[in-house]
Design a protein around this ligand. Structure first.
Ligand code: B12
Length: 212
C-alpha cells in the first residue's frame, strides 16, 4: 500500500491523528498538496460516501472520517491556496427557516467539501432572503436547502420564487433535500435538483454545474 492509499484507509477509519501525521509525511516526501487532496483525502471520502449509501457505514463513523478530513484540510489549505487550487464550485448550504435539524445538512456539506466544492454553510433556520444574499455575495453557483419538517418545506419554494423574482434562476441553481423532501416535491416547487442522501447530493451538484 502506498502512502496515499494508507492516508485514504486511515481517513475511512476516522483516525484523525494518523491522517494528520500521514498528510505531513507525504508533504515532507515532496508529494504535491493537490495530489494528497485528490488521491488520498477525496478518494477516501468517496469510499466513505459509497459505504454510507450502502449502509456499511453509519453517521458516527462518517462524522469521524469528516473530522479527520477537516484536520488534514487545515494542513493543506494554505498550500492549496498558494498553488492557485480552484474549488469545483461554490455552494451556499443551510437548513430552512424555522427548522433546526442540521445533521443531514452537515453531512451533505462534509461530502460536498470532500468532493472539492467550497461550501458556505449558513447553519439552521435560514430565511429565503439570506440564502439569496449569501449566494450573490459569495458568487455561489448553487444553493442547497435542507428541510426535515413538513411545516418548513414551503420555505424552499419561497426561496426559489424569490430567486426567480430577482432574475437569478439561470445563474444560481437550487438543490433540495431532507427526510420529508421527495423528487416529486422538488419538481413541484421547480427546484433544479433533489438528492436523497449526501453522496447523491455530490453527484447531483456536479450534474447541475455541468461537471459530469
Ligand atoms: C434528530 C432529530 C431531531 C433533533 C435535531 C438535532 C439536530 N441538531 O439536528 C431535535 C431533537 C432537535 C428535533 C426537533 C424536532 N423534531 Co425532529 N427529528 C430528528 C430525527 C430523529 C432524525 C433526523 C436526522 O438527523 N436524521 C439523520 C440525517 C442524516 O438524515 P436527514 O436529515 O434526512 O439527511 C439526509 C438526507 O435527507 C439528505 N439531505 C438532508 N439535507 C439535505 C439537503 C440537500 C440540499 C440535499 C440534496 C440532501 C439533503 O442527505 C442527508 C444525509 O444522507 C427525525 C426522524 C427521522 N427519521 O428523520 C425527526 C423528525 C424530522 N423530527 C420531527 C419533529 C416533528 C420535530 C419537532 C417539531 C419535535 C417537537 N415537537 O419539538 C422538533 C422541531 C424543531 C424545529 N423547529 O426544527 C418529525 C418531522 C415530521 C414531519 N413530517 O414534519 C420527524 C420526522 C420525527 C417524526 N417521525 O415525527 N428533531
Amino acid at each position: 500500500m502506498n502512502k496515499l492509499e494508507e492516508l485514504a484507509k486511515n481517513l475511512i477509519e476516522g483516525q484523525k491523528d494518523k491522517v494528520e501525521e500521514l498528510t505531513r509525511l507525504a508533504l515532507d516526501d515532496g508529494v504535491d498538496a493537490t495530489e494528497i487532496l485528490s488521491k488520498g483525502l477525496i478518494g477516501g471520502m468517496d469510499i466513505v460516501g459509497e459505504r454510507f449509501q450502502q449502509a456499511e457505514m453509519f453517521i458516527p463513523e462518517v462524522l469521524r472520517a469528516a473530522k479527520a478530513m477537516h484536520a488534514a484540510m487545515d494542513i493543506l489549505m494554505p498550500l492549496l491556496l498558494g498553488t492557485g487550487f480552484q474549488a469545483l464550485g461554490k455552494v451556499v448550504l443551510g437548513t430552512v427557516k424555522e427548522d433546526i435539524h442540521e445533521i443531514g445538512k452537515n453531512l451533505v456539506g462534509i461530502m460536498l467539501s470532500g468532493a472539492g466544492f467550497e461550501v458556505i454553510d449558513l447553519g439552521v433556520g435560514v430565511p429565503p432572503q439570506k440564502f439569496i444574499e449569501a449566494a450573490v455575495e459569495n458568487k455561489a453557483q448553487l444553493i442547497g436547502m435542507s428541510s426535515l419538517l413538513t411545516l418548513t418545506m414551503p420555505s424552499m419554494k419561497d426561496t426559489i420564487e424569490e430567486l426567480k423574482k430577482a432574475g437569478l434562476e439561470n445563474q444560481i441553481k437550487t438543490m433540495v433535500g431532507g427526510a420529508v423532501v421527495t423528487q416529486r416535491y422538488a419538481d413541484e416547487i421547480e427546484a433544479d435538483g433533489y438528492a436523497q442522501d449526501a453522496p447523491s447530493a455530490v453527484v447531483k451538484a456536479k450534474e447541475l454545474l455541468k461537471l459530469i
